[in-house]
Design a protein around this ligand. Structure first.
Ligand SMILES: NC(=O)C1=CN([C@@H]2O[C@H](COP(=O)(O)OP(=O)(O)OC[C@H]3O[C@@H](n4cnc5c(N)ncnc54)[C@H](O)[C@@H]3O)[C@@H](O)[C@H]2O)C=CC1
Ligand SMILES: O=C(CO)COP(=O)(O)O
Length: 360
């Protein structure tokens, strides 16, 4: 596993044109990452074009367009309030405009929107551009499962890495210390190192691992475990129960990845920020945990809780629980993943939450 580094080579010394960065997404995490990327680009003027265009799914807030608010007040008042974005981050309301002439693309949208946004970019991104997926989710379609780095690669035709880690967006935005992990394709360390320059700061330390699928699956599957952790909180079951759910959840995550994806490295799950560290932070401080706790204490369904508690931000864990369950059921394997199965049953089939651990 490579660790974080900061090489000082510049494009002027290599005679290359500076690279244009685009950010496709501007939610809670998208905005936190725009702050880091915008600031970092200014440190490498020979390597990167200063302006970074950020795609904003347009909406009006008190009669004003969100893009106008971001471009004038330099704050995403809805999804990351109270945090100043650098002036070189320019909000645009079309993914196509954000991606125009981009050499590096960051995909950071809730997973349910990625396919339609990528399709709007089909044929409009250079084949030698490089992308990175920060999406925590999987696509399940026609009985097949794919990580979003693969979806992006297939639709756009350019190579795609993945970034995931123990990264509660608000903490990262406040420069509280975090680590993260970039997973890169075999032999493509160069792309990872380029993105490392975009993201690495003294308080946001980037590690590298040659494992796009492992990094992506950690990010997606830990959200299902976080729902279970939230259930234990709602039940008032205490720390031991939550730790048990997290341990069993980590085992199911790892086994699922090894069973259905080739080349996944076990140590991605146990040694990186994308693995065990993200599982811990999400089970203690994330939105999935929070809504699952409220599901138990209020009896309200998840879609209502998402609207009431998250102010437009999106839950990923419930959708992923459903997608993973459907994928497993199609193979008759749902009973081999009892925690994943219990989360699905409680969230979607009216299963009793007190039975969360009865099959484990
Ligand atoms: N928020 C966090 O702490 C972290 C989130 N992530 C992951 O990053 C990804 C993006 O998450 P966030 O930036 O937090 O998003 P978010 O949860 O804040 O979602 C809201 C975003 O979705 C956009 N949106 C709503 N409807 C849309 C549509 N029809 N088409 C396109 N966009 C639409 C909204 O405009 C807004 O930008 C997710 O997969 C999440 O799991 C990863 C690490 C940390
Ligand atoms: O992925 C996250 C932290 O790394 C955020 O998790 P939630 O989506 O549960 O808030």
């Amino acid at each position: 596993m490579a660790s974080s580094s900061s090489s000082s080579s510049s494009s002027s010394s290599t005679g290359k044109k500076p690279l244009r960065l685009a950010i496709i997404g501007s939610g809670n995490w998208g905005s936190a990452i725009a702050r880091i990327a915008g600031n970092n680009l200014l440190q490498y003027p020979d390597l990167f074009i200063e302006e970074v265009r950020m795609y904003v799914h347009q909406e009006e807030i008190d009669g004003e367009k969100l893009t106008d608010i971001i471009n004038t007040r330099h704050e995403n008042v809805k999804y990351l309030p109270g945090i100043k974005l650098p002036d070189n981050v320019k909000a645009v309301d079309s993914a196509e405009e954000a991606a125009r002439d981009a050499d590096l693309l960051i995909f950071v949208l809730p997973h349910q929107f990625i396919e339609s946004v990528c399709k709007s970019l089909k044929g409009k991104v250079a084949k030698n551009a490089r992308a990175i997926s920060m999406i925590k989710g999987v696509e399940v379609k026609n009985g097949k499962i794919r990580i979003f780095a693969d979806v992006i690669e297939e639709i756009l035709g350019c190579k795609c890495a993945a970034l995931s880690g123990a990264n509660i967006a608000n903490e990262v935005a406040e420069d509280k210390f975090s680590e993260t992990t970039i997973g890169y394709r075999p032999g493509d360390l160069a792309t990872a190192e380029r993105f490392l320059k975009v993201f690495d700061t003294p308080t946001f330390r980037v590690g590298l691992v040659e494992d796009v699928a492992g990094v992506s699956l950690c990010g997606a599957l830990k959200n299902v475990v976080a729902i279970a952790a939230g259930f234990t909180d709602g039940l008032g079951w205490g720390s031991n129960a939550k730790a048990a759910v997290m341990r069993i959840g980590l085992m199911e995550m790892k086994r699922f990845a090894e069973e259905f994806f080739e080349g996944v490295k076990p140590e991605t799950f146990t040694e990186t920020s994308a693995g065990i560290a993200d599982l811990i932070t999400t089970c203690y401080g994330g939105r999935n945990r929070k809504c699952a706790e409220a599901f138990v204490t209020t009896g309200k369904p998840f879609d209502v809780l998402e609207r009431e508690l998250l102010n437009g931000q999106k839950l990923q864990g419930t959708e992923t629980a459903k997608e993973v369950y459907e994928f497993l059921k199609a193979r008759g394997k749902q009973d081999e993943y009892p925690l994943f199965r219990s989360v699905y049953s409680i969230a979607y089939q009216g299963g009793e939450v007190v039975n969360l651990t009865s099959r484990l």
